[in-house]
Design a protein around this ligand. Structure first.
Ligand code: ATP
Ligand code: MG
Length: 287
């Protein structure tokens, strides 16, 4: 028996909600209205994974935003180095046992962190390195989306056993083309194709112990007045973790994530997060 690996979203409150992060061996679905933060979370998870030395396959039916990627990746790289420096500084300070020592330690640690970051390729170089580990596909139709999914196992296999093996596959959004092409005549067929795509991703996740993250759009269910995820029951069934994202009324950038389905965490629990210039953060990380 093997416990799943948890891949961080880069936002503590979301990681806590998920019991540590996005699980390997399963499909996690993020659904929510436009602007609720689905793509931001996918990008940040991809950057985190790439920063840890793993590869990511990012299938982006919406068109990948290099600007947003750079904003998140730059912040992620510099904050990691500074955090390391701050920790080191605190340790040194504690050893000295003096307030002065602590202060000095913090300062030196911060500087050292920045320096080492630069040496190890922290600043811009590190962003470039992270970018190299993200393999982007941009399908232009539902058929091309199927072809991309058919192709990715070859990439996963090529990198198997390497340090930079594929740890995360993102499909953002799974249902964009499905919904664009949806009409009564083709709906049963399209639904089956979509289910097959996700089934294939689930098989890859299980076989290669990697995490799959898909995003999904919503529709308004007039029957019960709720926003429901698109794609039908098979999509719901194949996603072992489902998270709903919503805009919060009270604040700019503020969002709510609610766990709708999970195998080992309580459902209908939720957390807050914020979309900022540098990515997705919880209220503590904003300070
Ligand atoms: N640099 C930034 N600073 C602050 N907020 C930003 C920044 N860049 C993007 N955002 C915010 O992120 C939000 C969009 O989030 P995101 O693209 O993750 O939504 P989404 O759920 O993927 O939407 P869609 O369904 O349209 O794809 C917008 O509210 C936008 O203002
Ligand atoms: Mg999006």
């Amino acid at each position: 028996m093997q416990l799943p690996t948890k891949y961080s979203s880069g936002c503590r409150s979301v990681d806590r909600l998920l019991g540590g992060g996005f699980e390997s061996g399963a499909v996690t679905q993020l659904y929510g209205e436009a602007g609720s933060g689905k793509t931001n979370l996918c990008l940040q998870a991809a950057v985190k994974c790439a920063k840890a030395g793993r590869s990511v396959i990012f299938i982006d039916s919406e068109g990948f935003s290099p600007e947003r990627f750079l904003q998140i990746a730059s912040a992620c790289c510099s904050s990691t180095n500074e955090d390391a420096g701050r920790e080191e500084g605190r340790e040194e300070g504690r050893e000295e046992g003096r307030e002065e020592g602590r202060e000095e330690g913090r300062k030196e640690g911060r500087e050292k962190g920045r320096e080492e970051g630069r040496e190890k390729g922290g600043g811009v170089e590190n962003v470039e390195e992270a970018a190299r580990r993200i393999i982007i596909y941009e399908p232009h139709s539902f058929e091309q989306q199927t072809s991309c999914i058919n192709e990715i196992e070859t990439v996963v296999k090529e990198k198997r056993g390497e340090e930079s093996r594929v740890a995360l596959v993102v499909l953002d959004s799974a249902t964009l083309f499905y919904r664009l092409e949806l009409d009564d005549e083709r709906s049963i067929y399209l639904r089956r194709v979509l289910a097959n795509q996700i089934m294939q991703l689930l098989e890859i996740a299980r076989k290669h112990d990697l995490a799959v993250l898909i995003t999904n759009q919503v529709y308004f269910d007039v029957g019960n007045g709720n926003l429901r995820p698109a794609g039908g029951y098979s999509l719901e069934h194949l996603s072992k973790v489902i998270v709903q994202l919503e805009k919060a009324v009270e604040g700019r950038g503020k969002r709510r994530a609610t766990l709708r389905k999970h195998r080992s965490m309580p459902e209908d629990t939720s957390c807050e997060f914020f979309i900022t210039g540098s990515g997705v953060k919880d209220s503590q990380e904003l300070k």
